[in-house]
Write a new protein. Sequence first.
Length: 157
Amino acid sequence: MNYWLMKSEPSAFGIDDLKNMPKQTEHWDGVRNYQARNMMRDQMKIGDQVFFYHSNCDVPGIVGIMEVVREGYPDHTAFDPQSKYFDPKSDPQNPRWIMVDIKYIRHTRRVIPLAELKQCEQLENMQLVRKGNRLSIMPVQPDEWNFILSLEDNPSI
DNA sequence: GCCAACGTTGGC
DNA sequence: GCCAACGTTGGC
């Protein structure tokens, strides 16, 4: 099983929005970055565990846990001229963009802020805390995953 | 293939 | 609101 982290701006789609979806499940559409797409297309498997990360907000950080419930398939918003994610170069016969389905598992017992993660030397190699990181989907190493979970009830700062 | 210009992300 | 970092575009 693999571990991941996926970012979303809570003003657009936050963890409470996911929790309130029918079946607490939603497709993760709108990813328009090839690296992130390739991970969804090639590596994300049913049962993989995912941190939900809130970006571009008052306290950026990890807010919950989700699970992959459907593996990569075409992102239909790319074909919809009304969608803000419309991409005229994505052909339904040869889709350029991919999404997965994600299910809400739980909130973390507290928000684990980026500022705290940055201070943990156990996480110094994590892509998330690297300067200039802009990837909206990234892998998390098992030891990083477990360490972050250990912070839930045991703040490091 | 190079690279400048531009647009976006996202922390602060 | 600012701006650094990064990806993409397009002229050459």
